[in-house]
Design a protein around this ligand. Sequence first.
Ligand SMILES: Nc1nc2c(c(=O)[nH]1)N[C@H]1C(S)=C(S)[C@@H](COP(=O)(O)O)O[C@H]1N2
Ligand SMILES: [Mo]
Length: 362
Amino acid sequence: MRRRHLLQWGAFGGSLWLGGSVMSQQLSGTEILEGAFPLLDLRDFSQPLPAHWLTETSAFYVQSAFGTPEVDLDTWRLTIDGLVKQSLSFTLAEIQAEPAEDFYWTLQCIGNPAGGELIGNALWRGCRLLPLLERVGIPSTTPAFALHGADGYVTALPTASLLHPDVRLAYRMNGDPLPAQHGAPLRVFIPGKYGQKQPKWLTQITGIPSWQKGHWERLGWSNEANILTQALPRQLQSMADPPPSPALSKGQRVSQKVSRLTLPTGRIVLAGVALASGQAISQVLVSADGGTTWQIANQNQPDTPYEWTLWRYAWSLPEVGNYELMARAVTPDGAQQPLNDIIPFDGTNAVLRIRLKLVDSP
Ligand SMILES: Nc1nc2c(c(=O)[nH]1)N[C@H]1C(S)=C(S)[C@@H](COP(=O)(O)O)O[C@H]1N2
Ligand SMILES: [Mo]
């Protein structure tokens, strides 16, 4: 089902988006896809890109292996135990008394197909885990930790990943208390990892004698679960007014690999997001000729590498005909998203090929 959306995005220039100070604007004549990416009108290049492209909570994917558990807040605790110096349990009030920060974080499921909707970017609020771990005392001999959710979900991490200073606990999402389906009262975020390493309804962090596999890892998914470097084209717009600008079809699978779109000749704007594992996106390269020539897209600069980068590029294409649009991401170490058609099992960074037909304006 397609419908028009009210769009919400952060104020330009890096200020924080908060529930109460939302700019809303309705795009005229534009079909909006439902899901992770509200379509933005990005055709005016005299305007900077929005600092943040947010997924509304109602459109944020939910991936829960065992459904949403009932959590009793009176008895809920976060317990840090196992191979630690001194086990400690924290109430939610104690965790909320820790220094709190707002932070943007993009969550993606390792099973998300290129162009899929199992990805979203939200503004979360919570504290860092490291000060709690320091109070508990982590012996250098403890190799790994298991992270448990109240639903029985478990995953595990090497100790170094858990001790990363950017590991976060979150109890608010997009200006509201963390919703039940997204892990209330508390979830954890681990830098550079796919969603399976980020337990919701977090209850227990346990030092263990060896790094083990958790729920999804035992079923064959990567135990490293590092996010693959990827640029995802998400929308294509024409400068024609009123814009026909069809959105890329919802939930498009990389197995199909083709989006076929028809637009009038002239200026067209391709836009999307890009993400890597704990590294910034230094460039997004785009092509309108199936990869023969590449251009550097305009992009924003998120404050952390844990939030997706927003990018766009405008081509002037006066000739009717068929075009193939692609995008690929580059990280500061110079590594480019590979241009292959192989779909890795442990996450997907396949390059989407958009088949665009340009026709004479009516
Ligand atoms: N306790 C618990 N945490 C979990 C899961 C789960 O099933 N149970 N699913 C994981 C997976 S596979 C993903 S992709 C993310 C999804 O988070 P979301 O539902 O808030 O989008 O949560 C992760 N944390
Ligand atoms: Mo996932």
